[in-house]
Design a protein around this ligand. Structure first.
Ligand SMILES: Cc1cc2nc3c(=O)[nH]c(=O)nc-3n(C[C@H](O)[C@H](O)[C@H](O)COP(=O)(O)O)c2cc1C
Length: 352
């Protein structure tokens, strides 16, 4: 078994003679360490994954979306989603909803529970979110967008940011109008996923609308969608002139991608993926963090998808994945993954 990643122009260490080409950015009072952000992903970007990505080079992370519905705030799921234990500032919490008053209360509630930044979700295309006119469905109602943004900005004394798509569909790309509304309402950073609501996750993200948005406002703009390599990150920054990039799916199973992208943006050289020994430590620590946040019974289920993503990047893991996914005991799961990775490392060393 070996790592599948490309091995062109590779370094495993920082070259001190290279000078950083790019400076990081600021959100409100917070200086971010770089311009390579983790995208909020429901069911993925929980506290353990955010901490891991921060440690491995993400300059900024956001929680999974949390409903603004008061009835759900005290559910165990919402409480887990709100956990910031050990998380460095700024702790950004994303809220989703459609009622300005409810969103304002949710923002205040989260600030009271440790949020340093409130992010509003107007990008989610999921049916269960859009059927209550929330997420990306809101883009069709600019007057409501304005009411929501100004109400939330006035409700809290922390920066409020917004995440959108380019519009509702190909014929209604109102991203520029929404961006202007956001700036006028006091939003301090705008993230744009280069797809419309109708596109969902189909086709390719496009960046020309993000470029238009960047030209039309003065607050920081973050470009998002289909960024999966250092070269793509650099290209998207060049096309859009955005202040930062945000990565979602490509970080699944390779959270060290942030370190690689950050290094490439700063020094124009590529860093190799970590050696298997480091990957093993990353994965095993991640599993332990999941068991400890969710408890072993729930943790073992949540760990499966991460194990799957980690192993997707390794050749010859199919049989093992089938076996490990059927295990319901966290200790057995952990031991299986540990010995699989140890064997893989041993084989690599003996091939080399
Ligand atoms: C599993 C999954 C869950 C997501 N959950 C959220 C969410 O909670 N809030 C949000 O704003 N976007 C959410 N998104 C969208 C991502 O933040 C991002 O905009 C999208 O995946 C495009 O970026 P990518 O191509 O780098 O993945 C989710 C995406 C995925 C794949």
């Amino acid at each position: 078994m070996s790592a599948k990643k490309s091995s062109a122009t590779i370094l495993t260490f920082f070259n001190p003679e290279c000078k950083p080409e790019t400076l990081a950015m600021k959100v409100g009072p917070y200086n971010l360490s770089n311009k390579c952000f983790l995208a909020p992903m429901a069911g993925v970007t929980d506290l353990p994954f955010r901490l891991l990505c921060r440690k491995l080079g993400a300059g900024y992370t956001v929680t999974e979306m949390i409903s603004a519905d008061l009835k759900l705030w005290h559910s165990p799921k919402s409480a887990q989603r709100r956990s910031h234990m050990g998380e460095p500032a700024p702790r950004a919490v994303q809220i989703v909803g459609s009622d300005p008053e409810q969103l304002a209360q949710a923002a205040q509630f989260n600030v009271d529970h440790g949020a340093d930044i409130i992010d509003i979700n107007m990008g989610c295309p999921a049916k269960k979110v859009c059927k209550v006119l929330a997420g990306s469905a809101l883009l069709a109602d600019e007057a409501l967008v304005k009411r929501i943004l100004s109400r939330v900005v006035h409700a809290v004394n922390v920066p409020v940011t917004l995440k959108i798509r380019t519009g509702t569909d190909q014929n209604h790309k109102n991203g520029v109008e929404i961006a202007r509304i956001a700036e006028d309402c006091g939003i301090q950073m705008l993230t744009v996923h280069g797809r419309t609501r109708a596109c969902r996750f189909h086709g390719h993200a496009e960046y020309s609308t993000i470029c238009k948005i960047k030209k039309s406002i003065n607050i920081p703009v973050v470009a998002n969608g289909d960024i999966n390599s250092p070269e793509k990150a650099k290209k998207v920054l060049a096309i859009t002139n955005a202040d930062a990039i945000m990565i979602g799916r490509a970080a699944q199973g390779q959270p060290w991608l942030f370190r690689q992208i950050d290094h490439y943006l700063k020094f124009n050289e590529k860093l190799e993926a970590p050696p298997l020994a480091e990957i093993r430590t990353i994965i095993l620590n991640h599993l332990q963090e999941l068991y400890s946040l969710y408890g072993k019974q729930q943790g073992v289920r949540i760990a499966r998808k991460h194990i799957g993503w980690y192993l997707d990047n390794m050749i010859g893991s199919l049989q093992f994945k089938k076996k490990v996914f059927s295990v319901a005991d966290a200790d057995v799961q952990f031991d299986m993954v540990r010995s699989y990775l140890q064997d893989a490392e041993f084989k690599m060393e003996n091939v080399a």
